[in-house]
Design a protein around this ligand. Structure first.
Ligand SMILES: N[C@@H](CCC(=O)N[C@@H](CS)C(=O)NCC(=O)O)C(=O)O
Length: 160
């Protein structure tokens, strides 16, 4: 497909952001980024990972192309309509915790990034609950360390 990202880890090749996040969480269990199998939090973990990969990615792509399913077409697309996707995203973060409960997980890495970057670039509407959630993710020391690594890798930008 010529799309990024894609990772190679030993003999494993993984593409698709959601799959990469889930794969890395399983490959490095000591990081505690996935509720273990059998933990009830695993349900929400899967739910929001797949919600990001399916409905959110499709809805954002369609909206960027100015495609809006008509009321009759909503049953034919997995996301229904953007208004429903936004409602679901607000519902996902309503408890003020993380997507899979009290503990940060790879679902927050993935769907959280879609939410944060989506609001930043205007592909998702800003809503107070989503902004609070994103601020919480950005304030995590690990997020700040990751951002510092990214910024150090960026070539110097010419002055505007
Ligand atoms: N469903 C894919 C989407 C990947 C994707 O759209 N990648 C974009 C960059 S964000 C890309 O590779 N665009 C280059 C192109 O299509 O030519 C995923 O989740 O990884």
């Amino acid at each position: 497909m010529g799309k990024v990202p894609l990772i190679r880890h030993g003999a494993a090749v993984v593409s698709e952001c959601g799959a990469i996040c889930a794969y890395l969480a399983d490959a490095f269990p000591e990081a505690g980024l996935a509720p273990p199998a059998g933990d009830p939090a695993r349900a929400a973990y899967y739910r929001w990972l797949f919600f990001g990969a399916g409905p959110v990615e499709a809805a954002v792509g369609d909206a960027m192309m100015k495609v809006q399913p008509s009321p009759e077409q909503r049953g034919m697309v997995g996301y229904g309509c953007m208004a429903d996707v936004m409602e679901m995203l607000e519902y996902a973060v309503q408890d003020g915790g993380f997507l899979a409960g009290e503990r940060f997980s790879a679902a927050d890495v993935y769907l959280g990034s879609q939410i944060g970057w989506g609001m930043h670039f205007g592909t998702l509407e800003k809503r107070p609950a989503l902004e609070r959630y994103w601020a919480k993710l950005e304030a995590r020391p690990a997020a700040q360390r990751a951002r510092a690594i990214d910024e150090a890798l960026m070539p110097p930008q010419p002055a505007a």
